[in-house]
Design a protein around this ligand. Structure first.
Ligand SMILES: [Zn+2]
Length: 194
């Protein structure tokens, strides 16, 4: 499996930025993969920070701690533009749960990469109805490197790309209730969605 891009020269001094996207369903390990990449950059003494939408604070109340006990600061922000103001000193910028950001996140990611930064975005690529979750489609289009990670279908054990909502709730964003979802493969998702 393709885990991480072979990046020719991602040393911060090279001033060549780029965008990586890690996408997938719920329970696919997107955040773990983001943290793995950031921890390795931290070990190499690069300056690293994680941003997340303020709406999502109930999932990530922890700070991420790496092997050498340096901390990756995890900063909640209300708007994508706030990241431009806060990320100036970073070499590597992780942004988690990007699907909860406004559309501005697309130009913010482009600007940061053009400033020479490594930008790693993680988030859901589809909503609970199996539709593309904006603004992820735009982020996938502008990224140099894309990694789609998979969960395991809780019905059949196959690889899963869909987040199935167990309740009949129709709101697109339903927060704080991971128990309300199951990872599903295509077949099991559409069989029960009907
Ligand atoms: Zn299945």
């Amino acid at each position: 499996m393709f885990i991480e891009p072979l990046i020719g020269n991602n040393h911060p001094k090279s001033q060549k930025g780029h965008i990586e996207v890690i996408c997938g369903s719920m329970f696919s390990g997107k955040t773990e993969e983001l943290i793995r990449r950031l921890n390795r950059a931290l070990i190499a003494k690069q300056r690293v920070e994680i941003f997340k939408p303020a709406v999502d604070t109930r999932y990530h109340t922890y700070n991420v701690v790496s092997h050498n006990e340096n901390e990756i600061r995890s900063t909640p922000v209300n708007f994508a533009d706030d990241i431009m103001l806060l990320a100036g000193d970073c070499d590597v910028i992780g942004i988690d749960e990007v699907q909860f950001f406004d559309q501005q996140i697309v130009s913010v990611a482009n600007k940061l990469a053009s400033l020479g930064k490594r930008v790693i975005l993680a988030g859901l690529d589809m909503d609970f109805e199996g539709q593309p979750f904006e603004p992820m489609p735009q982020l996938l289009a502008i990224a140099e490197y894309v990694t789609k990670v998979h969960a395991i279908c809780m019905k059949c054990g196959d690889l899963a790309s869909y987040s199935f909502r167990l309740s009949g709730e129709k709101r697109k964003v339903m927060l704080g209730e991971k128990d309300a979802y199951e990872a599903r493969c295509r077949k099991c998702f559409y069989e029960e969605k009907k």
